[in-house]
Ligand binder design. Structure first.
Ligand code: HEM
Length: 498
């Protein structure tokens, strides 16, 4: 192929210029445009359609390619092929995002960071769709849309609104630990290279013989955790809103490849039955003193995307993408997520989003009972049978237990009746938040920062909501509410308009 390309239209037809248009009525600035001017019409028509819906949450992100390498043997615990064999490497696509802002939102705002990771394994795609905090704000999935709307724009003013934010959390206090994590300095990471990620959810890792363990996954930065203060983050949001994208891109471009270490916390089914915390409750961690971190592997980012839209914007991650050897647990939030992401991708990218190069499995895909649909760009399985149960083309099946390694019995035996369930907030929901506050106290200045960070936000809420939020935080420790009252008072003196 020529090194200097010849310009053509999208159908490959060469044009003499990319900047002329056909004028009727004069070879100057005055003229009528013609319907026969395909080049102009196509150029304008395509431009009007070059946006796709952005992600409803996690719309702003940065991404890169890399590799996951097994560093420790855990073949006793799981058959997952990409986790077996020290030194084994698998290709990875990673996207790190803020949650609330629209595409183009400032990188340094106070927010949870999302961690969307696709590991291209020899047995299909394994996605880890995690967050930068180990707990979540709600444990009942039906609350998820409300949670996010309360963090986004007010329906009338179209502005972010602290009243809405705190009003939601005042009435859904199970998320207190997550709120505290959000308002710690971890809520403003220095760069994406300096943050940790957590599954939060409990997953299962399984063996072909039907044995399994419960796990939580922890991904720790090898660059060390570094954060910004509230004021630094606010300043950078104005001065360098794209700083996280710039930092990641430049680090990789100059060969300074960031890396992370993967750990599992592992629990037996028997331990799960008697554990102090409900392991299916996403608002709860497992303290490391109970379940230490076991190292598993290493992620290194080593390649920038060649094209952001094609490789990062079009990437689709889903918690339901699990390879044999990894399986979901009975966490209702995880169960709901296993529906929501594929559904979102079908809306955002179209029904054949799995065929896009950035999402396509590297292992052989043979799924002839799911075909056709908008934008089919494989051979669509040619003339192979499109119905289940045919003698015309033999197919091999793999594994004993079907999808996700399930066998009959064990922790997957269910009896009961259908109930409408919503969890209730009890004092136990505040215990880990207390542990978190105590932990902040072990790092110089962190409790003070937390109080200041909350005050900067809470001062924008109406008094009634402010009072209730202080009540919620005094359920953690009364002293937090007392300190906050003082801090909000001080801020109001500085900025009376708020
Ligand atoms: C019921 C609870 C949840 C629901 C219904 C939900 C739903 C969604 C949806 C619809 C998207 C946009 C997907 C797209 O357009 O491609 C998304 C993105 C994301 N969510 Fe959730 N989510 C939930 C909870 C969580 C939790 C608990 C975590 C982390 C532990 C999480 C992490 C992420 C991440 C990292 C992304 C961005 C993925 C990317 O980079 O494309 N979400 N979520």
């Amino acid at each position: 192929m020529d090194t200097v390309p010849t310009y053509t239209g999208a159908e490959g037809v060469p044009y003499a210029s990319a900047s002329t248009a056909q004028h009727f009525g004069g070879n100057n600035i005055k003229g009528l445009m013609l319907l026969q001017d395909t080049q102009l019409i196509e150029t304008l028509a395509h431009f009007s359609r070059e946006r796709i819906p952005e992600r409803v949450v996690h719309a702003a992100g940065v991404g890169a390619w890399g590799e996951f390498e097994v560093t420790h043997d855990i073949s006793e615990l799981t058959d997952a092929k990409f986790l077996n064999g020290i030194g084994k490497k698998s290709k990875v696509l990673l996207r790190v995002s803020t949650v609330g802002p629209e595409r183009g939102g400032a990188d340094t705002i106070r927010d949870v960071r999302g961690w969307g990771m696709k590991i291209f394994t020899e047995e299909g795609n394994q996605d880890f769709v995690f967050n930068s905090i180990p707990v979540f704000f709600v444990r009942d999935p039906i609350k998820f849309p409300s949670l996010n709307r309360s963090h986004k724009r007010h329906p009338a003013t179209n502005q972010g609104d602290p009243t809405m934010f705190w009003d939601f959390h005042n009435n859904n206090q199970e998320g207190i630990h997550a709120i505290m994590a959000l308002f710690s300095d971890r809520g403003t990471p220095k760069t994406v290279r300096h943050l940790n990620a957590y599954s939060g959810h409990t997953y299962k890792i399984t063996k072909e013989d039907g044995t399994f363990h419960y796990v939580k996954v922890h991904i720790k930065t090898n660059q060390g955790v570094e954060t910004l203060t509230n004021d630094e983050a606010t300043r950078l949001a104005g001065e360098a809103p794209g700083i996280h994208g710039v930092d990641l891109y430049e680090s990789i471009a100059k060969g300074d490849f960031p890396s992370w270490t993967f750990f599992f916390q592992v629990m037996t089914p028997a331990q799960a039955e008697n554990y102090r915390w409900n392991i299916f409750d996403m608002t709860k961690i497992w303290p490391h003193s109970d379940f230490p971190l076991i190292p598993v592997g290493k992620l290194t980012l080593n390649k920038n995307p060649g094209n952001y839209f094609a490789e990062i914007e079009q990437a689709a991650f889903s918690p339901s993408n699990m390879v044999p050897g990894i399986a979901p647990s009975a966490d209702p939030l995880l169960q709901a997520r296993m529906f929501a992401y594929n559904d979102a991708a079908r809306y955002r990218l179209g029904v054949n989003y799995q065929q896009l190069p950035c999402n396509r499995a590297v292992s052989r895909v043979y799924c002839p009972f799911q075909r056709d649909g908008s934008m089919t760009f494989t051979d669509n399985y040619g003339g192979d049978p499109n119905y289940i149960g045919s003698d015309l083309k033999p197919i091999n099946y793999k594994g004993k237990f079907g999808a996700h390694g399930y066998k009959i019995g064990g922790h997957e035996e269910w009896i009961g009746s259908v109930v409408g369930f919503t969890s209730e907030v009890v004092d136990d929901d505040f215990v880990q938040a207390r542990m978190f506050w105590d932990m902040l106290g072990k790092q110089e200045g962190q409790q003070e920062h937390f109080v200041y960070n909350v005050a900067c936000h809470l001062k924008g809420a109406i008094p009634q909501v402010q009072e209730k939020a202080l009540g919620m935080l005094s359920n953690v420790y009364p002293v937090i509410a007392e300190k906050l009252r003082v801090s909000i008072g001080n801020l109001k003196k500085v900025a009376p308009l708020n």
